[in-house]
Design a protein around this ligand. Structure first.
Ligand code: GUN
Ligand code: ZN
Length: 433
């Protein structure tokens, strides 16, 4: 028997498809086993059936705990880790007062490395095994994050922010400099190990059309890179974009005309979209990152999930630290639930979880690597304790007593009450980190 085999026993759960397509689009083995070899998933299923094939191999026993794919956070700013929870502003003031000064410090390689280490540890502690992160305008900020992620063998998607106007001079580039630096970072880091490059024009307020076009050209040159930017987060932002780009009929058109509306583009927020914008986002198969803690904290608005679902948009979930107020995807799902309650759409625990596991992996074209336990996928998984607080323990006992301790209620309790304390272990490619 192969010595490299690792066996994990527990409540194994993963999606096979969207729960909006099929209600039973998942596998759930209450007494399950996950088989891993050389960092990859070999198989999973019922413990009794499968473990007999692996006689003599020790089992790591997480019985009663949930073993599921690690979370994917589709929009987060690692460079804002220090400014989480700053009082009282809406987006544009918050950027000027807190964000831009914090990002200036990333010209220092020591600072960039220190924050990259903090950031990755915080993600792993919260069960997030992949993220799409904004760095800053400084190439060293990207290099630091890719380098630390590589030490952990973590799948990291990030890129240098492109911004050439409407911010302090020392965090601006130019179209030419931004393009040269981006190309060089792509050549050095994209698809090196588990790293993927994300072309990152911050948003239309801080990039001229010329710079957005340059970003679009770069993506055409390297079509398997990603693009990330912000779209329709805040009403003052939208008004400002339309006054900076007067010949455009809506915000999306600015990105559309510059080659940035693609099936590899993740648009953060998308709160105030028109029907026409939804239609174009859907036909491009673009990706939306819904960031509920940020949208509530910065008073940006309520993302309209029923509208997004109506147009068949690919919606993922994201923390948007540090507009967002927590690194925890559990808390993020909980806040997404509350936002959708206010839209009259009490979103299910399964739909929420799908959007930060398989749904996000599929949107990012990474479903053969992460977000599920199909054989051959990378063994990025987490072990989750349903009852890490006394309140959750009491809730569990009650549900057991009334015969409703089922998977939906287990997941919903984690989403509404859980945080980093629920994450008992995080594994990247089969290694506990
Ligand atoms: N729009 C442009 N930049 C940012 C940012 O850093 N955070 C958020 N939430 N929105 C943005
Ligand atoms: Zn953001």
């Amino acid at each position: 028997m192969n010595k490299d085999i690792q066996l994990f026993r527990g409540e194994v759960f993963y999606f096979t498809d969207s729960p909006l397509e099929r209600k039973d689009a998942y596998y759930y083995y209450p007494d399950g086993i996950l088989v891993v070899s050389e960092g990859k998933i070999v198989e999973s299923g019922n413990y009794d059936v499968i473990h007999t094939r692996y006689q003599g191999i020790p089992v790591t026993d997480y019985s009663g705990k949930l073993i599921m794919p690690g979370f994917i956070d589709s929009h987060i700013h690692y460079s804002q880790s220090e400014i989480i929870g700053m009082y009282g502003c809406q987006l544009l003031d918050w950027l000027n007062d807190y964000t831009f000064p914090a990002e200036e410090a990333f010209s220092s390689p020591e600072h960039a490395e220190q924050i990259a280490r903090f950031f990755i540890r915080e993600l792993l502690k919260n069960g997030t095994t992949t993220c799409m992160a904004y760095a800053t305008v400084h190439p060293i900020s990207v290099e630091s994050l890719f380098a630390v992620a590589s030490e952990y063998n973590m799948c990291m998607l990030t890129g240098k922010v492109l911004m050439n106007r409407n911010a302090p001079e020392n965090i601006l580039d130019t179209t030419g400099k931004g393009e040269t630096e981006t190309r060089s970072l792509i050549e050095s880091w994209h698809r090196k190990g588990r790293n993927r490059y994300v072309i990152t024009p911050r948003f239309a307020i801080t990039s001229t059309l010329d710079q957005l076009e340059s970003a679009g050209r770069l993506h055409a040159e390297y079509p398997d890179t990603y693009i990330q930017t912000h779209l329709s987060e805040n009403k003052d932002e939208i008004a400002s974009v339309l006054s900076l780009c007067p010949e455009h009929s809506d915000y999306l058109e600015v990105y559309e005309r510059t080659g940035l509306l693609t099936d590899h583009t993740v648009f953060g927020h998308c709160i105030h979209l028109s029907a026409k914008e939804c239609e174009r986002l859907a036909s491009a198969k673009a990706i939306i990152a819904h960031c509920p803690t940020s949208n509530l904290f910065l008073g940006s608005g309520l993302f309209n999930m029923p509208q997004a679902n109506y147009y068949n948009l690919q919606t993922t979930l994201a923390t948007d630290v540090a507009g967002g107020t927590s690194f925890s995807m559990l808390r993020t799902m909980g806040e997404a639930y509350k936002v959708q309650q206010l839209n009259g759409y009490p979103i299910s625990s399964l739909e929420l979880l799908y959007k930060c596991t398989l749904g996000c992996a599929k949107a990012l074209h990474l479903e053969n690597e992460i977000g599920n336990f199909k054989p051959g996928c990378n063994a990025d998984f987490i072990v989750v304790d349903y009852a890490s607080t006394s309140s959750q323990q009491l809730r569990k006992e009650h549900l057991v007593r009334i015969g409703k301790w089922n998977i939906e209620n287990k997941l919903f309790g984690l989403q509404i009450l859980g945080d980093d304390r629920a994450i008992q272990a995080t594994y990247l490619m089969g290694v506990q980190v």
